[in-house]
Design a protein around this ligand. Structure first.
Ligand SMILES: [Zn+2]
Ligand SMILES: [Zn+2]
Length: 299
């Protein structure tokens, strides 16, 4: 047994899976705590802690979609600087949540522009003011209502706002030439989603938006998801969008049925399982039920 194998067996085998964490793994093997994966056309993804980051490298510069937290963005910047001396052209936020925008600060003075939907900026500002952290935020200097287009090298980055879903300010970010779309948190792959009613989320609209997205992009489009369940990938295809849409529709109809049967909001949010078969499993059903109870006006 070689040394590496021995450490793996003792630390991760005998001591048990409970000990396993990416941080521990990184420490044990002196390995980076993050993962970077090239997809195609100069676009890659970075994962460590928080919503998946996508990045584009061209002869003109680097564009980044979402920023996780400051430490994670610093890791990304350090790693990208090893392969490129180009400037950071865009920092794009799919939406305002902290696990997608907290790292913006690492790009302050480094990135030319910060881009997000106008509602994302509104939500980010409201949250920062509420938590007294305006100085720790970098807000977009470019916002849009329907769409925005940016260029880098031969690539065109187009942001599309298709309506409310996870919040009221989520964009789909399309690298048109590479044909890769970052969905942000508009897609939780095989994991119960967060539905931020306090920031204008709507499941009814989300169902509609997923269909719009599936029609807007094509069958070759590669999607990057904000989050995924254990063992599921953070990239996927149109079929994954449609499967998530079906799940949201079923969850919506389930709560509507409970309401019609006279169940109270308190009773519905205590339910532990849906009555339909689904790949969306694990914890988090309560946040879906609570959001739907609120949206459907269950008393
Ligand atoms: Zn997220
Ligand atoms: Zn989010």
């Amino acid at each position: 047994m070689n040394r590496r194998k021995f450490i793996q067996n003792t630390a991760l085998g005998t001591a048990g899976a409970a000990l396993f964490s990416p941080q521990l793994f990184a420490q044990l093997f002196n390995k980076d705590p993050f993962e970077m994966r090239e997809l195609r056309g100069g676009v890659g993804i970075f994962t460590e802690r928080g919503g998946t980051i996508a990045y584009l490298q061209t002869k003109d510069g680097i564009s980044v979609v979402d920023t996780q937290f400051p430490d994670q963005s610093n890791h990304l910047i350090e790693a990208l600087k090893k392969t490129s001396s180009k400037p950071f052209k865009h920092v794009i936020n799919t939406h305002h949540h902290g696990d997608h925008t907290s790292g913006n600060i690492a790009f302050k003075g480094l990135a030319e522009h910060f881009v997000a939907h106008e509602n994302s900026k509104k939500n980010q500002l409201a949250n920062a003011e509420k938590s007294n952290s305006v100085d720790k935020n970098v807000f977009p200097d470019i916002t849009f209502a329907d769409s925005w287009k940016g260029k880098s090298g031969k690539e065109t980055i187009k942001m599309h706002y298709l309506g409310a879903g996870h919040t009221d300010g989520d964009s789909f970010v399309h690298f048109e030439k590479a044909n890769i779309v970052h969905t942000g948190d508009m897609l939780f792959n095989r994991r119960h989603p967060y539905i931020d009613r306090s920031a204008g989320a709507s499941v009814v609209s989300w169902i509609d938006v997923l269909e719009k997205a599936a029609n807007k992009f094509d069958s070759e489009t590669l999607y990057v998801f904000g989050h995924s369940g254990d063992g599921f990938d953070i990239t996927g295809k149109k079929a994954d969008l449609m499967a998530f849409r079906t799940y949201l529709q079923q969850a919506h109809d389930f709560v509507a049925k409970q309401k019609a049967a006279g169940k109270s909001a308190a009773e519905i949010t205590e339910i532990k399982e849906f009555d339909f078969k689904s790949e969306w499993q694990g914890d988090g059903i309560k946040r879906v039920l609570s959001a739907l109870v609120d949206e459907l006006g269950v008393q």
